[in-house]
Design a protein around this ligand. Structure first.
Ligand code: NI
Length: 249
């Protein structure tokens, strides 16, 4: 099993040794720690040095547009050429939290897509209330990647798959009333699905409301198996293969 997207920042966890041990016991063979600004990207790379099962994804979310020291693309570029940096992300557009700087957000995303192409890495995309702008930019960019914590429609999921994207599913799929994502899981082939937790956020049932951990990714796998009416081993094996292929492990 691979948790393709989590955040293990010092300010959220003081027991990372224990978390990694539990992951190993629970059959998590790899996890990708995601940055969202310069500091968290550097921290993610530090974790890859300490733990064999940890890989990093590095990039800037639109949040950095408010914080000049944390948004130097040249500093980001210096970190990319590293075997354990398996993706550029999370990057994207967030019109839910930031409505007034859409053009700057797009510019920041496009610059990082260019970096991904230059270093031949896939991208991990964060999209909130911005799915069609994301789609148009990604289509143009011609990169492959993952739609992190996907929350769009079945139709859009199919369009993202056509342009080289996998659909990454997390804890929201286990929530009551999450019918849209359950429909997406039902309608798209398992060959395009990735598992993630987005720890410490979006904790799956039965722990919803508490802190999330990468080893809870099994609850997402179980939910997908239930929705698709297939064996959980098949979900685990296929999504592990999908992640291995996309992130070139
Ligand atoms: Ni995230």
């Amino acid at each position: 099993m691979i948790d393709t997207h989590c955040h293990l920042e010092k300010e959220d966890y003081d027991n990372i040794d224990e978390i990694i041990d539990t992951c190993k016991k629970d059959g998590i063979e790899k996890l990708i720690v995601s940055g969202h600004d310069l500091k968290s990207s550097v921290e993610a790379i530090e974790l890859t040095k300490k733990y064999d099962i940890v890989y990093a994804s590095i990039g800037f979310l639109p949040d950095v547009l408010d914080n000049i020291e944390n948004n130097n693309i040249l500093e980001l570029e210096k970190l990319i050429d590293n075997d354990k940096v398996v993706a550029i992300g999370e990057i994207g557009l967030d019109y839910h939290w930031y409505k007034d700087n859409k053009e700057e957000q797009k510019e920041l995303l496009i610059k990082q897509l260019y970096l991904a192409k230059k270093y031949n890495k896939p991208v991990v995309i964060h999209s909130r209330d911005s799915i069609s702008d994301c789609y148009n930019i990604l289509k143009e960019a011609n990169t492959k990647g993952a739609m992190h914590c996907y929350s769009g429609s079945v139709e859009m999921a199919k369009e993202f798959i056509k342009i080289g994207f996998n659909i990454s599913i997390g804890g929201v799929s286990t929530f009551k009333n999450s019918n849209t994502i359950k429909n997406v899981i039902k309608e798209i082939p398992l060959e395009y699905i990735l598992l993630e937790t987005d720890s410490p956020y979006l904790t799956p049932e039965p722990f919803r409301g508490k802190k999330n951990y990468p080893y809870y990714v099994k609850y997402v796998a179980m939910k997908i198996a239930e929705i698709k009416g297939i064996d959980v081993d098949m979900v685990v094996n296929t999504t592990t293969m999908n992640a291995t292929k996309l992130f070139d492990f």
